[in-house]
Ligand binder design. Structure first.
Ligand code: AP5
Length: 213
């Protein structure tokens, strides 16, 4: 089962992906996390991606598509994956469809998490991330049990450099220009599930699980 989580920056894709991965026994493949890991390991790919991420722009398709498709070809994704943050434009969606079709596979469902702009800004400004396992927290809505430490792995929590006001504005602009056309793309394919992403994370998760089943 291949499922895509689609939504604006801060909509809760990462939060829901972690919860769904556990429930559905699927691997989460998050393009943003893959870039941040590469950056942490100081690889060439990480250095290239950083200049785009810092500006809130999309990393070029030739880099992104290869990285994600390579990850999807690993044995742990053989029977499915939860895609979070990929695809981000029509070219990426077409490349993904083509590669899966070559293996007689396809995207089954696209979960579109809908959240108002005001709520997105509130969520991103209070977000903290685990440096080790990337689990997201929120200073007010979902704080960790011990301040500064991840509940799951004990890793150090930090605020992403691209969560500052200016870069968030740019990321939202890029989302509306380049990513939102995917709503129509997957709706026409009969794969889109529209989910109200407002309310607590557990409530949103119940809505997604109900829609998927
Ligand atoms: P990426 O890491 O994918 O960031 P994003 O899409 O901007 O999404 P976010 O991670 O910001 O938000 P999210 O929806 O996962 O929300 P979260 O669950 O954390 O991409 C970063 C950059 O990498 C891009 O700008 C680009 O440069 C590059 N990139 C990545 N993929 C690419 C691609 N395919 N092509 C090209 N470039 C690419 O939640 C946010 C906060 O809200 C958290 O604090 C969380 O605790 C809280 N929260 C979540 N749910 C709820 C809820 N229901 N109620 C209250 N609070 C909640």
């Amino acid at each position: 089962m291949y499922i895509i989580l689609l939504g604006a920056p801060g909509a809760g894709k990462g939060t829901q992906a972690v919860m769904l991965a556990e429930k559905l026994n699927l691997i989460q493949v998050a393009s943003g996390d893959l870039f941040r890991q590469a950056l942490q390991q100081e690889t060439e790919l990480g250095k290239k991606a950083k200049s785009y991420m810092d500006k809130g722009q999309l990393v070029p398709d030739e880099i992104t598509i290869q990285m994600v498709l390579e990850r999807l070809s690993a044995p742990d994704c053989e029977n499915g994956a939860l895609l979070d943050g990929f695809p981000r434009n029509i070219q990426q969606a077409e490349a993904l469809d083509k590669t899966l079709a070559q293996q007689a596979k396809a995207i089954e469902r696209v979960v579109y998490v809908m959240v108002s702009e005001g709520e997105l800004l509130k969520r991103l400004s209070g977000r903290w991330i685990c440096r080790n396992c990337q689990a997201p927290y929120h200073a007010v809505d979902s704080p960790p049990r011990i301040a500064g430490k991840c509940d799951r792995c004990g890793g150090e929590l930090y605020q992403r450099p691209d969560d500052n006001v200016e870069t968030v504005k740019k990321r939202l602009e890029v989302y509306f220009m380049e990513t939102s056309p995917l709503i129509d793309y997957y709706s026409r394919a009969g794969k889109l599930l529209e989910i109200n992403g407002e309310g607590g994370a557990a409530e949103v998760n119940r809505r997604i699980v109900a829609a998927l089943s």
